[in-house]
Design a protein around this ligand. Structure first.
Ligand SMILES: [Zn+2]
Ligand SMILES: [Zn+2]
Length: 355
């Protein structure tokens, strides 16, 4: 997010999760969460009754639900949150650290949003200041207005000051704009990751994932492109509705989607499962997801984009994106080495460019 804005407000798809309001937020209400989990349980029941099965250690087997009690007995894994801001809904740095403590998160990529085009402004300087107070917990990224003539000099300065990547890249420019390419090329030079918010509707960001992302993945093989947001995750399925109709497709996934193709072909692509977009996609068809999580276990990144401050949804109507995704992954992925990859190792590899 930063937030994921301009969601489908008029799509009329009654199976969509319920959103907080009709402004431009991706946040789901407590009611939306409850409804969603009921859907998951029903699918889990169908799977458990033998209508479907899936492979190996990755399982869609029925659970007693993604309840908080469930995780208490689960093994805890070291975690890096690949997508966190500081000041969502006015949260302080202290409360951001509190969120990390409460969700068992050792470190987090902290992503500025300097231009505020997604509705939140977080300056790179603020992130660097927080980093110097919490060096063992925060991994600072930078982001600045790529339409300004001094952008490359500014990012070179942020590199010297200790930033580790660019993101969240979220400005109203198409993906094939030369200014977007310039910062991807700079990340390639620095051996950095870049987190890109893909949102294909007219008022979205980095539009044209289907036409242009593969070109960059081929051309720039040092940079790790971390895909985030609605139009990235819509492509989990081969049938993608018009972004003007909905940015949050639900229901069964049609195999053969762009994400499966790109993640299989390009080890320099990572998938950020944070926010409503990541969770909606990965949970919409559990039978498909079991295989997807297995196939791409080395490129999937745990992340939250959560604005709450206590891991239980305080400040956010009782729902925490981090806790919700952790519970889902713990239920779906039974192979502990895969969970260690998804929760921690993949983020380190995306950060450092190691294999
Ligand atoms: Zn975000
Ligand atoms: Zn939270």
């Amino acid at each position: 997010m930063g937030l994921e804005m301009n969601i489908d407000l008029a799509g009329g798809n009654q199976s969509l999760p319920v959103f907080e309001n009709t402004s431009q937020s991706d946040y789901q209400t407590e009611r939306g969460l409850t409804m969603h989990n009921q859907n998951l349980s029903r699918r889990g029941f169908l799977l458990a009754t033998g209508t479907a099965c899936c492979s190996g250690a990755f399982t869609s087997s029925v659970s007693k639900g993604d309840t908080k009690g469930d995780t208490k007995n689960k093994k805890q894994f070291k975690k890096i949150d690949c997508h966190l801001h500081i000041n969502h809904k006015g949260r302080s740095i202290e409360d951001t650290i509190k969120h990390m403590d409460a969700t068992g998160t050792e470190k987090a990529f902290i992503l500025p949003l300097e231009t505020g085009e997604g509705g939140v402004v977080l300056r790179t300087e603020t992130v660097l200041h927080a980093f110097h107070k919490h060096k063992d917990r925060l991994i600072p990224f930078c982001q600045t207005d790529i339409r300004k003539p001094d952008v490359i000099e500014r990012i070179r300065a942020y590199h010297l000051l200790g930033c580790r990547g660019i993101g969240e890249q979220k400005e109203h420019l198409p993906l094939n704009d030369r200014r977007v390419e310039a910062v991807i090329a700079l990340c390639d030079e620095f051996n950095w990751p870049i987190t890109i918010h893909f949102q294909d509707n007219k008022t979205g960001f980095n539009q044209g994932i289907e036409q242009h992302l593969e070109t960059y993945l081929k051309k720039y093989q040092h940079v790790r492109i971390i895909g985030h947001a609605q139009s990235f995750w819509s492509h989990i399925s081969a049938d993608v509705p018009s972004p003007e109709k909905t940015l949050y497709p639900t229901g069964p996934v049609k195999p053969g989607g762009l994400l499966d193709h790109l993640l299989s072909e390009y080890p320099n692509l990572y998938a950020d499962m944070s926010a409503g977009s990541g969770f909606t996609a990965i949970s919409r068809d559990e039978n498909f997801s079991a295989g997807f999580l297995q196939r791409h276990r080395k490129q999937l990144l745990f992340g939250s984009d959560c604005p709450c401050y206590d891991g239980r949804g305080a400040n956010f109507k009782g729902m925490c994106y981090s806790t919700r995704l952790q519970q889902f992954l713990q239920r779906m992925v039974k192979d502990e080495s895969a969970l260690r990859d998804i929760f921690y190792n993949n983020a380190e590899r995306a950060l450092n460019g190691t294999t």
